[in-house]
Write a protein that binds this ligand. Sequence first.
Ligand SMILES: C[S@@+](CC[C@H](N)C(=O)[O-])C[C@H]1O[C@@H](n2cnc3c(N)ncnc32)[C@H](O)[C@@H]1O
Length: 287
Amino acid sequence: MRRSEGAALRIERARTDLEEIEIQLLLEGIRLCYGYDFREYALTPLRRGLTAGMAREGVQTVSAYQDRILHDAACMQRFLGTVGFNVTGMFRDPELMRCVREEVVPLLRTYPSSRVWVAGCATGEEVYALAVLLEEAGVLNKTSIYATDMNEDTLTAARVGSYPLDRVRRYEEAYAASGGQANLADHYSIAGRAARFNRKLQGSITWARHSLVTDGSFNDFHLIVCANVLIYFRASLQERAHRLMYDSLIRGGFLALGKRESLLYCPDRDHYEQVRDGVNLFRKTRW
Ligand SMILES: C[S@@+](CC[C@H](N)C(=O)[O-])C[C@H]1O[C@@H](n2cnc3c(N)ncnc32)[C@H](O)[C@@H]1O
């Protein structure tokens, strides 16, 4: 390696080290100022979110971004929208939903009432998808769905239950693949360019702010759906979230995870069995 290359490498490393320190300071500041704790989030997606947020705010350094975020609550909300990874949709994993129809619903039928928790529900699309499924299976009227997210803004949108019509129409195929028994369109009304999900579905859902990082268990559940949230957590945080969900499941209850997630960091993984090969639906077999 030439001397100039070595110097360039050292400068680059110093810049990366400095940015690492700035990120740590930013996350600490956010925790102290707003109570959101991102310290154990996986660094790669967090960095991606930071870069996008900085570009949007037009700031050059993480320190400048920190200054804005700490002094401007609206900037913090925008940060949450970027780093909170709000991408979502209906029937994102049709196989999983089919498995819920075929394996979980029969169990729910045997209970006089049951509780479902959707953790990290973003703007609510997967919650309405689940409500549609339960409605078609005839168990929605005796099921309470608790849908939670750490981001109040996404919950506000979720409560309304209204989405762009052209986007909702595109979910028909995934709905059918998940075992849908009619048309998705039977479950919403159209107002202009929006599709609003029926009141009956909305009536079964309680929306609440809850963080998998800082909050505890608040009920026991027959089914917990936590999809595409754990991927953003480091191992230690995945462990915490898994413990919380395990403690919140009844014996014989089900845990549904996203396609790219697993029980790898679940301290109680030996107390679950996978319901169907290739599908991330697990049943708690022991206390
Ligand atoms: C990629 S979205 C997934 C949405 C939905 N579960 C799905 O699969 O389509 C991730 C969601 O997790 C939420 N989230 C991130 N960290 C969280 C935490 N610590 N506690 C609760 N929700 C969190 C974000 O606000 C975001 O709405």
